[in-house]
Design a protein around this ligand. Structure first.
Ligand SMILES: [Zn+2]
Length: 89
């Protein structure tokens, strides 16, 4: 087994081949959570591979609110900042 494949993050699945032999198949590790662009907190819903995300409808790919790259808390702060800037002018 290759050194890189010995990592505990890689899942090993034993499969029986058509020639009736047992082989080990390697599953890639799950991708990391998406993080908020403001505070760096985890955005829990988005822990999928890009191939899995492509199969979902668009509404399930990202939140249906302004600034989907931010967590809800940071989004509220950002909107408040924008409105404060508008009021000053
Ligand atoms: Zn945040």
């Amino acid at each position: 087994m290759r050194r890189a494949l010995r990592s505990t993050k890689i899942k090993k699945v034993i499969k029986r081949t058509p020639g009736n032999r047992l082989t080990i198949h390697f599953r890639k590790p799950a991708p990391d959570y998406a993080h908020c662009g403001g505070c760096g907190k985890k955005i829990v819903r988005t822990r999928l591979r890009s191939s899995e995300i492509r199969k979902l409808p668009k509404v399930q790919r990202r939140p249906e609110r302004p600034f989907p790259e931010l967590c809800p808390k940071c989004m509220r702060e950002k909107i408040k900042e924008l409105f404060r800037a508008v009021i000053k002018i």
